[in-house]
Design a protein around this ligand. Structure first.
Ligand code: SAH
Length: 457
């Protein structure tokens, strides 16, 4: 193995000043040009650090003592912020977070997409960047003889008991607490991961942001849930207005949360919510956007970029449960949605029906296979919307877009790096990127969402 040439040694303590933040929210300090990544320190700050790990071109260090604090530093309001790891930016003011996210998008648009002249707008953030999530799922375990529910301590499987999570809807906090209490009162044993014993593995809470409907999901190792009726009664009494109580059974030794069997213990097997006037039925296992307020902001921008007049044929690649497709169907002639998860396509079809939308067609499969097949059948889209997972669009799909030549491509992205990479491919194929709009879907975390519009020239 090549010898690591670093100007510092492991265990050494040094004073540094931080100039940058990585996309994971770590401070970057350079020692003789060698970058060290340090959790919990911000650009503009200086501090004493201990080097913990050295790699070939970069290393890691731990903050020992902050010397000069940034004016953007704030006291993280969450008492378990350091242990949890679910949020990474609570120590940075919200303005600072927006600036960091803007810079991240601007940087990749300049450096990877090589589009320094394309406008990147300021991030659309939230007026209140807390309590925005509509879904919480937490592991349950035993700690000191007590049933606890919360989160895994960073880099471990030790469960920390949590009474509230400041990015979750208050009702989700309440559901988790009450389900835990009721189960404890009825002698339900929490799951013991090591011995693969016990019953209750996870609790999930879901809230319809617009409708106020509430769902509790108990994920159990066994079919048998002792005192089931009493538990259901207990939960209903503790959470007035709960609309759905569901049990999901996962008997496997696995980190995957859900098993394949789901049964409704009380009420409906779905809750309803609306985004932009479209109603969605959400089951325990459905994928559904977790920040309903910002989803609407993002989709409105995507809709505006699509510039629909009612005459267009639109393809929504990576359509999930059809959220964007149905949103666009209101303004388009015909929408085609494709998604790899068959259950999501079933949900999309039901959601179309639920809203009386008849101009949306959904098909399960890989976007990079189904869309070329549609093209062969003579489907000619005016607009293509893509909303791929973090790894971005498949090359075959980008090729097909270049062959299909839609007038517009609207690219919704949860990873600026792959967005920039794919914009370059589309630019080289004859498209022009008009503008990019970052949207903050996940305040307090490092995640960045953005939507870009391209036109065929
Ligand atoms: N547009 C949706 C979901 C976007 S998330 C919404 O806003 O709700 C990305 C989706 O792409 C996921 O649902 C994932 O299952 C799907 N997916 C991943 N790889 C895919 C592929 N190769 N072809 C089609 N869909 C894919």
């Amino acid at each position: 193995m090549a010898k690591i040439q670093a100007p510092v040694k492991k265990g050494e303590t040094v004073h540094v000043s931080v100039a940058d933040l990585t996309h994971e929210g770590k401070g970057v300090a350079k020692v003789d040009g060698y970058p060290l990544f340090i959790e919990g320190i911000l650009p503009g700050e200086t501090g004493e650090i201990e080097v913990t790990k050295l790699n070939k071109g970069y290393g890691f260090a731990r903050l020992i003592r902050l010397e000069q604090a940034s004016p953007e530093r704030v006291e993280p309001p969450c008492p378990v912020y350091d242990e949890c790891g679910g949020c990474q930016l609570q120590h940075l003011s919200y303005t600072g977070q927006m600036e960091m996210k803007y810079n991240q998008v601007r940087n990749v648009i300049d450096r990877i997409a090589k589009l320094p002249h394309v406008p990147v707008h300021p991030v659309l953030g939230m007026d209140d960047p807390w309590r925005y999530r509509n879904k919480a799922q937490v592991p349950v375990g035993l700690s000191g003889g007590r049933i606890v529910a919360g989160f895994y301590k960073k880099r471990s499987h030790e469960i920390i008991d949590m009474t509230e999570c400041l990015i979750q809807h208050e009702e989700s906090d309440a559901i988790i607490q009450k389900v835990k209490d009721v189960c404890a009162a009825h002698g339900v044993m929490p799951y013991d991961e090591q011995r693969h014993k016990g019953v209750l593995r996870h609790v999930m809470a879901r809230i319809g942001y617009q409708t106020g409907e509430k769902m509790a999901v108990l994920i159990t190792r066994t079919h048998e849930l002792p005192n089931k009726d009493a538990i259901v009664e207990g939960i209903r009494a503790a959470i007035p207005g709960i609309t759905s109580i569901v049990q999901n059974v996962n008997p496997d030794k696995t980190n995957v949360i859900f098993g394949s069997q789901t049964q409704t213990l009380y009420g409906e097997n779905v809750i309803y919510d609306t985004i932009g006037g479209i109603k969605f039925a959400i089951s325990a296992r459905s994928f559904y956007q977790v920040n309903p307020v910002q989803t609407e902001v993002l989709y409105n921008r995507a809709l505006e970029y699509a510039g629909l007049t009612g005459e267009e044929t639109v393809i929504d690649a990576y359509c999930g449960i059809g959220t964007i497709s149905l949103f666009l169907a209101q303004k388009a002639k015909q929408v085609y949605g494709v998604e790899i998860v068959p259950q999501a396509i079933e949900d999309a079809k039901q959601n179309a029906e639920l809203n009386g939308i008849t101009n949306a067609y959904f098909e399960a499969g890989k976007a990079e296979e189904v869309i070329p097949a549609w093209f062969k059948q003579g489907i000619k889209p005016d607009v293509i919307v893509v909303d791929p997972p973090r790894k971005g669009c498949d090359e075959a799909l980008l090729d097909t877009i270049l062959k299909m030549k839609p007038k517009k491509v609207v690219y919704v992205s949860c990873n600026p790096g792959t967005l920039a990479r794919d914009l370059r491919v589309l630019e080289d194929g004859g498209y022009k990127t008009r503008e990019v709009q970052p949207v903050d879907m996940f305040p307090q975390t490092v995640h960045v969402e953005a939507v870009a519009v391209l036109e065929l020239i």
